[in-house]
Design a protein around this ligand. Structure first.
Ligand SMILES: [Zn+2]
Length: 443
């Protein structure tokens, strides 16, 4: 099943909001998942109050004299030599590039990677870790009969009973959500062979969301934002049973998420695995059509479950309205920042987030990826917008402090040559770092 790559919707929004560009023609827009775009107008976007550049900044053309940011071997250029300065060629570190088609084996999976894919060397471990997490989260188990087949290529993403196909960008840390989502489909299909799209997608979305909060790999996908702005809500509520049975396309994701969310609220967060196990028991060789599945859902919940859903939804629809994405990163202190960079889309996209006491945004792998793609990288450029008080410390590739900037309910320009990391400390309130790929890179 195709997962809607609604990240693109956000990319498009941000393109519109921040640069006034036209909407790129993106091949991921298979379904009508841009409903967020349609209704999410500019004034609904994240926009903190904008004041002039923050106070106390030490990030000037020539490095600061302040004693605590002493070691300034970083070659910060003068303005007239800007174009000569680039981040030195970065070692790929924990990443590598497939030279040919590569195949490797983990305990439970066979992984195929197309040539010329930039991927984490420990991708096999990431897959195994994700499989474990899905099993813990769902109580379902992946079949041990055959190894799962994980293909990384320019196709998909989708998940089947035998494994998944994901795209090159999906092996990078900021798209980890795709792995959660597609493997959720696989564990479901291995438990029961059902075809009702709202249920299969609702489960994958809900499960990925729960995993996102627990995984050691933080996900930047804000499910609530991406599932906001449901055009056909009233159609769903007028006859939920028929609607949820028949709905196709992106609406199946929207409605399915809402229904599964309700089922878990009302009947416990193991209700979907219970339904799947029952379907697998009753129809071990397939044949569980939509009406059979509806009967199973009712038998595991209530005869009136669809009416209950409609009533619940009337009182709880606010849960599903989020006008701009905000990620809670309070469970992590380190985040790798990659551009979304393929044939169609070239952008950095980072949602606003909250954090605990400090968090490091590490651009190193992403910069190495851009360098691998033939671009020169200047440093960290873009904007930072905050609702609260934060100190941004910029580091170069050898981990030396270049300078610091403070923002306090303000927006500042970032133009830090040579920087590859930002350490943010502060009150943990919402901050939105928006790297600008056009300023960061030179062809
Ligand atoms: Zn899906």
């Amino acid at each position: 099943m195709h997962r809607k790559r609604n990240l693109i919707a956000c990319l498009v929004i941000l393109l519109l909001v921040f640069s006034g560009c036209t909407v790129p023609n993106n091949k991921h827009e298979e379904e009508s998942g841009n409903s967020a775009v349609k209704e999410n107008t500019v004034d609904e976007q994240y926009n903190a109050v904008v004041f002039p550049d923050g106070v106390d900044e030490t990030c000037t053309e020539n490095t600061s004299d302040e004693s605590d940011s002493e070691p300034q071997s970083v070659p910060v250029p003068n303005s007239d030599s800007d174009s000569d300065f680039f981040v030195p060629k970065l070692a790929p570190g924990k990443y590598t590039v497939s030279q040919t088609s590569e195949i490797f084996y983990t305990d439970r999976a066979i992984i195929y990677i197309e040539p010329n894919i930039y991927y984490p060397k420990d991708f096999g471990d990431i897959v195994e870790y994700t499989l474990d997490l899905i099993e813990q989260e769902t109580g379902l188990t992946f079949s041990t009969d055959k190894q799962l087949i994980i293909q990384v290529q320019k196709a998909g993403p989708y998940g089947t009973k035998s494994g998944i196909v994901i795209q090159p960008v999906d092996v990078l840390p900021d798209n980890i959500y795709t792995l959660f989502h597609e493997l959720s489909h696989t564990v479901q299909y291995q438990t029961c062979d059902i075809t009702m799209l709202s249920i299969t997608e609702g489960f994958a979305i809900m499960n990925s969301m729960k995993m996102s909060g627990k995984s050691r790999l933080p996900s930047l996908y804000d499910v609530f934002f991406n599932m906001s702005f449901f055009d056909n809500e009233s159609l769903m509520l007028s006859d939920p049973e028929t609607y949820l049975t028949e709905v196709r396309g992106w609406d199946a994701y929207m409605a399915g998420f809402r229904f599964v969310y309700f089922l878990e609220e009302k009947y416990g967060d193991d209700i979907l695995p219970k339904i799947f196990r029952k379907a697998g028991e009753l129809y071990p060789d397939g044949g569980c059509g939509n009406s059979e599945l509806i009967d199973i859902i009712k038998s595991q919940t209530s005869q009136y479950v669809f009416q209950e859903f409609a009533k619940w939804y009337e009182n709880n629809r606010q849960i599903f309205v989020r006008t701009y994405p905000v990620i809670n990163l309070e469970n992590t202190d380190y985040l790798e920042i990659f551009p979304y960079y393929d044939d169609n889309t070239k952008i950095y996209w980072l949602p606003a987030f909250t954090y605990r006491n400090s968090i490091t945004l590490d651009f190193t792998g992403g910069f190495s990826y851009l360098q691998h793609s033939g671009l020169k990288v200047k440093g960290i450029f873009g904007t930072a917008t905050s609702e609260g008080k934060h100190t941004l410390s910029f580091f170069d590739a050898s981990d030396k402090l270049i300078c610091t900037k403070q923002i306090d309910n303000s927006q500042v320009e970032l133009d830090i040559y040579g920087a590859v990391k930002i350490e943010i400390t502060g009150d943990g309130s919402v901050i939105n770092i928006q790297p600008d790929i056009n300023s960061i890179t030179v062809n």
